[in-house]
Design a protein around this ligand. Structure first.
Ligand SMILES: [Zn+2]
Length: 261
């Protein structure tokens, strides 16, 4: 029980919900019942199969929108849970409710904040970023630490960054202004795990500041996704395997249409 320990917010654990949207409603009700007996504000944390966003968008909007507690939503998928346009479209509807924040998401958490989420918990390791459904035989991590590559909004393992940097020699792409790299290329600056961790946190903060500090966070986020996609295609075509992350195109495809544009 987290309440008596003086935490500011109590997180419930609704388990992993694979296919039945009624389980989401039950998990919310349980959290609401707990709120009656616990002083600290409760957040119902719910992990769902991201497919539910595509198949049951209306039901999810009803259930989550009617919740009398804050909701933390984690998305499960063996790959990128937000690689499909329609999944991101449904997520944007859910975020517009104003009481739902993504948990354990990738950089899409910054997009979620731009679209109105009250908060987001962004993971910095592969196992924290997504919920991996167990039936797929588990997840085998690379022995190399992951480096966040700012301009392509992607995480790449250190060995792949080194290999790609040797082939795609565009300084503008590799230079990093974080407090660890100090304007050096990441393939020169990042040798040790501690530096990589500091760089990753610093770059997440830089991306978040750039998006949320702009006058139009949604447009800034969408433009960053489009630019990252272009960069990824450019590197990929020069040799190293650098296919754009699916979420980049999925957010770009959901850009708000402008009247008169
Ligand atoms: Zn850096």
């Amino acid at each position: 029980m987290q309440g008596p320990l003086g935490v500011r917010r109590v997180l419930t654990n609704g388990g992993y919900i694979d296919s039945d949207v009624r389980d989401v409603a039950a998990a919310i009700r349980l959290a609401e019942d707990m709120q009656h007996v616990i002083d600290a504000p409760i957040m119902a944390t719910i992990a769902i199969n991201s497919t539910l966003l595509r198949t049951e968008p209306d039901a999810l909007v009803d259930i989550l929108g009617g919740a009398r507690v804050a909701v933390g939503l984690a998305l499960g998928n063996a790959g990128d849970p937000l690689a499909a346009k329609s999944t991101v479209g449904s997520l944007i509807r859910v975020l517009a409710l104003g009481n739902v924040e993504p948990r354990r998401v990738d950089l899409s958490g910054i997009g979620a904040l731009a679209f109105g989420a009250p908060g987001a918990a962004i993971g910095t390791t592969a196992t924290l970023r997504h919920i991996y459904p167990m039936q797929n035989g588990g997840y085998a991590p690379s022995p190399y630490p992951s480096i966040l590559v700012e301009k392509s909004l992607t995480w790449k393992t250190q060995d792949r960054v080194m290999d790609a940097a040797a082939v795609y020699d565009d300084d503008a792409f590799w230079l990093c202004e974080c407090d660890t790299c100090f304007g050096r290329r990441i393939d020169h600056a990042l040798r040790f795990q501690a530096d990589i961790v500091a760089h990753n946190f610093g770059v997440i903060a830089r991306i978040a500041r750039r998006v949320l500090g702009s006058s139009d966070p949604v447009a800034t986020w969408i433009q960053m996704c489009a630019a990252a996609q272009s960069y990824s295609y450019e590197i990929d075509s020069s040799g190293p395997n650098w296919e754009p992350q699916g979420f980049l195109g999925a957010w770009w495809a959901n850009q708000p249409t402008r009247v008169g544009a």
